[in-house]
Design a protein around this ligand. Structure first.
Ligand code: NAD
Length: 452
């Protein structure tokens, strides 16, 4: 499963050859294996930049300090110090001339951001902009962020953007910790909206962030679902890990390792929503976090696709998700401060050859979370979608060698992601600290070139 190119570049016997051939040299990505800590940025060099007239800098400064960062307004000119985190408040940019603040902030430091560093740009929410010019300028930040992510990806540096409303500044610490932390390794070139649409929970713990919560993860016997179940449990949640009856033995083994509750069930069976609601209601009085991870592919060109192949994918990937949510929500079983995360795919964003069924179901989930978000906001529930790109799982290991090698390089980080990388994003979206984020679809794809 190890990345062959990373191994060849690190081996003294082969490194000269692969360099001479000009093949990509992917950086070894820094990853967290532990849970969240209260002061994750202790010992890190943070740089906080700002455009004139912005409104987020004070909130960002406080959030960085609370997370333990020693932040400075400028890197010393003659020093070899590199910035581990660069955060910019660009909320003051409202006219084309204001873009100069981006150039002035980033041009001098482009070679002074540490490997595996983090860049986070905070822009004014386009919806809150008073004029078309201000909205255009705010929206233009996305072009800057996505280009910067492509320029810095070779060093494992991620670049992401938050649009934030003035009324949602107190929601910034959670996203700031994620996007400036080791957990966001494979999330780059992404743009999220932070709003005050959903009431903030009474407490937003930043370590053991999910203590006391009950989480349901479907498709948890292997791959991304298994990594997610383990990660949520690591953060203190009681995890109900669901998978098909045929996977029950594996599911029990997986659950044994982290104290999860195995539940063998086919989510697409007609009785599943009712049985699931009864199980969660009777055993736990409801559920705090629902991760709709179970999904299948039945790839064929449309000309060759059978109707059962079409139907099965729609049933499992989409209809079952909506039926389960409808059942749980109608009965008030998703608790206040609840979180729902749906697994979409970059195929849902961009489409894919041979995946008309799969891409339709995954694109539908993007529409689903956008439509559900305002309906669930009054109940304190956030709902988002996560769209993985090329993630190294047993499934992708079975692809033909060349297809796999090409597929995993087509992103700014030049390598595949790991199930844990997706689990990290899902876990962040499940935390109380993510109360500002709802209705978003976030890709975890190393800024895949497809659909970018
Ligand atoms: P996987 O095939 O390794 O695991 C999926 C799990 O879901 C399996 O354990 C399977 O038994 C379970 N499952 C399938 N149908 C079910 C049903 N009807 N009821 C209950 N459980 C069921 O998949 P993965 O690679 O870990 O992907 C997880 C999710 O992420 C899927 O929704 C997938 O579409 C999405 N995704 C994965 C990738 C990737 O590169 N791996 C990329 C984009 C999206």
């Amino acid at each position: 499963m190890a990345d062959m190119l990373i191994k060849l570049h690190r081996n003294p016997l082969t490194s000269r050859l692969v360099k001479a051939l000009g093949v990509p040299n992917p950086v070894t990505l820094a990853r967290a294996d532990g849970g969240y800590t209260a002061r994750p940025f202790e010992g890190k060099h943070a740089l906080l930049c700002r455009s004139a007239g912005g409104y987020a800098a004070d909130a960002l400064r406080r959030a960085l300090a609370d997370a333990g960062a020693s932040h400075v307004d400028q890197l010393p000119a003659d020093s070899t110090v590199r910035a581990d985190l660069v955060v910019m408040d660009a909320t003051g940019c409202a006219a084309p001339d204001d873009y100069r603040a981006l150039y002035d902030a980033f041009h001098p430091i482009m070679r002074r951001i540490a490997r595996n560093g983090r860049v986070l740009l905070v822009a004014a929410s386009p919806e809150a902009c008073a004029t078309p010019a201000a909205m255009a300028v705010s929206r233009g930040m996305e072009g800057f962020v996505r280009s910067l992510a492509k320029e810095l990806g070779a060093k494992g540096i991620t670049v992401n953007q938050l649009y934030v409303e003035r009324g949602a500044l107190e929601r910034l610490p959670g996203p700031l910790r994620f996007f400036c932390g080791a957990q966001s390794t494979y999330v780059t070139g992404q743009v999220l909206h932070v709003t005050a649409q959903v009431t903030a929970p009474a407490a937003t713990p930043f370590s053991k962030a999910l203590a006391g919560k009950v989480a349901l993860v479907t498709g948890a016997a292997r791959g991304i679902g298994r990594a997610t179940a383990e990660r949520l449990a690591q953060e203190g949640a009681t995890v109900v890990a669901l998978d098909v009856p045929a996977a029950e033995e594996e599911l029990r083994r997986v659950c044994g390792a982290f104290g999860g509750v195995p539940l063998a069930m086919d989510i697409a069976s007609p009785a599943a929503p009712q049985q699931l609601a009864a199980f969660l209601g009777e055993r736990f009085g409801g559920v705090d976090i629902v991760v709709h991870n179970a999904g299948v592919t039945r790839d064929k060109t449309l000309a060759n696709m059978t109707q059962p192949q079409w139907e099965l994918v729609m049933q499992i990937n989409l209809a079952a998700v909506m039926a389960i949510d409808a059942h749980l929500l109608e009965r008030g079983l998703v608790k206040r401060d609840g979180r729902i995360v749906c697994l979409s795919s970059v195929s849902g964003v961009a489409g894919n050859f041979g995946q008309t069924n799969y891409a339709t179901s995954k694109a539908a989930l993007i529409g689903y979370v956008a439509a559900q978000a305002p309906l669930l906001a009054p109940r304190g529930i956030c709902i988002n979608a996560v769209a993985p790109g090329f993630i190294q799982t047993a499934m992708t290991e079975q692809m033909p060698f060349m297809t796999r090698e090409i597929g995993r390089r087509l992103n700014s980080l030049k390598q595949a992601g790991l199930p844990r990388d997706v689990a990290e994003l899902i876990t962040f979206l499940s935390t109380p600290g993510a109360s500002g984020i709802t209705g978003n679809t976030v890709r975890v794809c190393g800024q895949g070139l497809i659909g970018a």
